[in-house]
Write a protein that binds this ligand. Structure first.
Ligand SMILES: [Zn+2]
Length: 156
């Protein structure tokens, strides 16, 4: 199945259970390449049914901040939800979209329940403390093909 179509289907399913994500670039936005972040969000708006909208006074929202590294919680946590995009190495289209996908509830592609049929993890090469990034999750893969090129897949 076409990757774009899969993304659209997954996004559609997400939108059924989640309100449109609200975004607050915060006061640090001035230090960012805000345009890059907005462009990455626009792709969601044009390629999926997810719509990122600027926050006004909503209680639950994503706050994109310049913290130490690129990271996000998985799925909606409620209240202010930080997505960290350090301006030192995270403000790239693929990374922005990767972290936003985590906030939307997507796991890494290489942790889906059927991944052992497609990739082999060289555990001896996994940095201690990052093992969680390689453990499989109890995912329903919705009959989608394993996607080696997914933005949510680590490099080989
Ligand atoms: Zn990730």
């Amino acid at each position: 199945m076409d990757h774009r179509l899969v993304s659209t289907i997954l996004a559609l399913l997400l939108s059924l259970s989640q309100a449109h994500p609200l975004v607050d670039l915060g006061s640090e936005g001035a230090y960012y390449d805000k345009k890059r972040i907005e462009n990455a969000m626009k792709t969601f708006n044009t390629e999926t049914c997810i719509r990122f909208v600027p926050r006004s006074s909503q209680r639950d929202f994503i706050s994109i901040e310049n913290r130490d590294g690129c990271f996000s919680y998985l799925g909606r946590t409620g209240g202010k939800q930080v997505v960290s995009l350090s301006r030192y190495g995270c403000v790239y289209n693929s990374i922005i979209q990767h972290e936003l996908n985590h906030a939307l509830g997507f796991y890494h592609e290489h942790t889906r329940s059927d991944r052992d049929q497609y990739v082999r993890i060289n555990w001896e090469n996994v940095t201690p403390g990052t093992i969680g990034n390689f453990q499989t999750e109890d995912t329903n893969n919705l009959n989608t093909r394993y996607d080696y090129t997914s933005i949510m897949h680590y490099g080989r």
